[in-house]
Design a protein around this ligand. Structure first.
Ligand SMILES: Cc1cc2nc3c(=O)[nH]c(=O)nc-3n(C[C@H](O)[C@H](O)[C@H](O)COP(=O)(O)OP(=O)(O)OC[C@H]3O[C@@H](n4cnc5c(N)ncnc54)[C@H](O)[C@@H]3O)c2cc1C
Length: 497
């Protein structure tokens, strides 16, 4: 049955993307989106903050408290850029630039940064070219032995194994030191979580698939996949990409001149022009039930209005959805995953043009200490001005902008700067600006078994009383990247014909 009214809970990128695509697909349906915060966009939070340069000039700097750069591999985001006419404000980082090629690790308890190869292929290259600088770092030995031995390791995945942690997977294929150093650092950078808890199938399905394709060897599987994936069609509904895909050729990551918030602002602006869409900011859903007599969803909210809809999309965090349900219609697994918290500290320093405070590169990550995950206060630091100095054009060269990611709230800014100085191997000056944002419970940790639990949830949603008319999507379901979230919104309601 085609929907005549749709309620969307949550106005982060998932909910906004769902509203955008559903309103195009069902122009006759009345769509109402409720968002608890008055500001739309959820964890996307770009701001322009005033700074005074050393010569007294006043200006502003673009700061991100949430996502800051996106990879061009998500066609659904490229499609939005095309449809929302955002391509003129794109800022891209070419794959060949130092900002894309140079990624670093800072080993816990040591000073200074170590450069790492950034892809499986460059891992292989580092094995094949013995003069590679990474081999002269302490990481070279670990990489060399892990990568060179991997194809010869026996097929060690047990036939009954359906999932395992990222750490277990990498230990099995590449050895425990590789898993602790490279695997934990990667997971710190994306999930701010412990790689020993995160599901490899949910977080890095390409690793699991590569092992299968390579008949037990991830490296062999990756080499095979580059040929196969070139022709693979990602979705059955063609993406409307205009010339944006072409613009993204050779691009490593991108953002916008006004940050990732530009995507949210453009979506909100566009949706406000859709006659069939109502966006309600600052309105929290308090209850969700299915009225079996009218076969309609009833959503009670902080505005005291009871919203009735034939179809509904939940794009709020799963524990929030759990709190909305009545005891007689529970949904399974909504509280199975914990959420990580991340404190984001934006730092801006003045420098003389041509000078910098860090090597050119994307930034660095801090792996798990030998003594355990709890030791890691700083998860990593992004060198924003290496990749996005154009956000401050034309005077971007006069500042260094970087962002530290922490597992815990900041106790002392001077102590944080001291620790960053040690990690960078340079004495950082007093900053022009420090902005601290505690993002509490912001990233779902997709625990081992996540995919099976989501299949169970989907099965229950297709049965009574929901009858396939409630879609549950968002970072806690189909993946945390902006691309995953926008894609989930694009696919919402595919079965509602
Ligand atoms: C610090 C940080 C850095 C990140 N960096 C990147 C990056 O560089 N690249 C990348 O791809 N991804 C990144 N991510 C991940 C990505 O930003 C998020 O996974 C994504 O934005 C989540 O979108 P969402 O809409 O699913 O959820 P959310 O952003 O959580 O939105 C949910 C919305 O629901 C609303 N809500 C909650 N409860 C209710 C209720 N009861 N009623 C109504 N509304 C409700 C909230 O107000 C919120 O607006 C980062 C995330 C964080 C936190």
């Amino acid at each position: 049955m085609a929907p005549s009214s749709i309620a969307i809970l949550g106005g982060g990128l998932t909910g906004l993307s769902a509203a955008f695509h559903l309103s195009r697909r069902f122009p006759a349906a009345q769509i109402t989106l409720l968002n608890k915060d008055t500001r739309f966009g959820g964890w996307v939070h770009s701001s322009r903050d005033k700074i005074t340069l050393e010569d007294g000039r006043e200006t502003s700097v673009l700061l991100e408290a949430g996502p800051r750069t996106l990879r061009p591999n998500s066609k659904s985001v490229l499609e939005l850029i095309n449809l929302l006419d955002l391509s003129s404000s794109l800022l891209t980082v070419p794959k060949s630039s130092p900002a894309a090629r140079n990624r670093f690790l800072c080993l816990p308890g040591t000073q200074g940064l170590l450069r790492i190869p950034s892809s499986p292929l460059s891992l292989l290259t580092s094995v094949l070219s013995p003069k590679s600088s990474s081999l002269h770092s302490p990481l070279g030995h670990i990489l060399l032995s892990a990568v060179a031995r991997e194809p010869f390791r026996k097929w060690t995945r047990l036939s009954w194994l359906e999932d395992e942690s990222v750490d277990d997977f990498l230990t099995r294929r590449f050895g425990s030191e590789f898993a602790r150093i490279f695997g934990s650092a990667l997971v710190h950078g994306i999930y701010a979580a412990d790689s020993r808890e995160l599901s490899v199938r949910a977080a890095f399905p390409s690793l699991w698939d590569a092992e299968e394709r390579g008949r037990g060897s991830v490296m062999t599987g990756f080499l095979r996949s580059s040929r196969a994936s070139a022709t693979a069609e990602v979705d059955d509904v063609p993406y409307l990409l205009g010339d944006v895909e072409e613009q993204m050729r050779g691009v490593s990551v991108y953002s916008f001149s006004q940050g990732i918030g530009a995507l949210v602002n453009a979506l909100v602006r566009e949706l406000r022009t859709h006659k069939n869409v109502r966006l309600l900011g600052g309105v929290s859903a308090n209850g969700l039930r299915m009225n079996r007599r009218t076969a309609q969803f009833e959503i009670t909210s902080s505005s005291r209005e009871t919203l009735r809809a034939t179809h509904a999309v939940s794009a709020v965090p799963l524990p929030s959805l759990n709190a909305l349900l009545t005891p007689n219609t529970p949904l399974p697994h909504l509280t199975a995953n914990p959420y990580s918290s991340v404190t984001v500290v934006n730092l801006v320093f003045a420098v003389s043009p041509g000078h910098t405070l860090h090597p050119e590169g994307f930034g660095y990550l801090v792996p798990r200490a030998v003594s355990g995950h709890a030791e890691n206060t700083i998860l990593g630091c992004v060198f924003d001005s290496s990749s996005m100095s154009a956000q401050e054009a034309p005077w971007g060269a006069e500042i260094v902008k970087m962002t530290a990611m922490l597992r815990e709230p900041v106790v002392s800014v001077p102590r944080l700067i001291e620790t960053l100085s040690q990690q960078l191997g340079i004495r950082l000056p007093d900053p022009l600006l420090v902005k601290v944002q505690d993002n509490v419970h912001c990233i779902p940790l997709l625990r081992v078994g996540h995919l099976q639990r989501m299949r169970d949830l989907d099965c229950v949603l297709r049965g009574e009383p929901w009858g396939g008319r409630l879609e549950v999507i968002g970072a806690g379901v189909g993946g945390v990247s902006v691309g995953d979230c926008v894609e989930a919104g694009r696919r919402a309601g595919r079965s509602w014909t």
